[in-house]
Ligand binder design. Sequence first.
Ligand code: ATP
Length: 123
Amino acid sequence: MKHQQTSFISGRIKSVTYAVKGFYLLITTEHSIMVQLTISALMCILGFYLKISAVEWMFQILAIGLVLTAESLNTAIEAICDYIQPNFDKKIGFIKDIAAGAVTFAALTAVVIGAIIYLPKLI
Ligand SMILES: Nc1ncnc2c1ncn2[C@@H]1O[C@H](COP(=O)(O)OP(=O)(O)OP(=O)(O)O)[C@@H](O)[C@H]1O
């Protein structure tokens, strides 16, 4: 029982370590993530500058998390596609297109949230 508990805990610690490694890889090697992080940082500076409310911060952070998560999963799907089929393939093209479409859904959501928060303060 004690051994099982130890392996459960060490297994969880290993999983977190791999997840942190993946996070580090995403932010240091993936240009699309770097671009999204830069936009997110600029939005946060704007948020501080215009003193948005706590609820507005929550929505902004949710929108940023949504876009970064979608972009990260899209990157993973692209990597799988490139690994299993490096050559041109119509089905791979379709898979990559719909994965990118998911990012567009997230980005549109973030744009609408951003517009609701900032347009009344800027116009
Ligand atoms: N192996 C392939 N076969 C068919 N079409 C492909 C293939 N690879 C890419 N494509 C097409 O090119 C588009 C862009 O693919 P790519 O992997 O370059 O994505 P990207 O968003 O430009 O990636 P990155 O994050 O590297 O800039 C895909 O959505 C798809 O339409």
